[in-house]
Design a protein. Structure first.
Length: 70
């Protein structure tokens, strides 16, 4: 049960981060944005990697942020 809960939290964090990234519009860098959501730098980087592999974001200079939602 602990693994399922952890998995669900990770999925929820990823979706919350993706929505925040979309609303961010390049105003804050991606790591600071994650920190504002209570995520560690490591968690933020893991989420970014997952979103990139799912083609939900792209690596693009966008204001202060290096990622943009698709």
């Amino acid at each position: 049960m602990g693994c399922a809960t952890s998995y669900n939290n990770q999925m929820n964090d990823k979706e919350i981060y993706r929505q925040a990234l979309k609303m961010n519009q390049g105003k804050t860098d991606e790591i600071t944005l994650g920190e504002q959501l209570g995520l560690s730098e490591e968690s933020t980087q893991r989420i970014l990697s997952q979103l990139l592999s799912e083609h939900k974001i792209s690596f693009t200079q966008f204001g202060l942020c290096n990622y943009k939602t698709k």
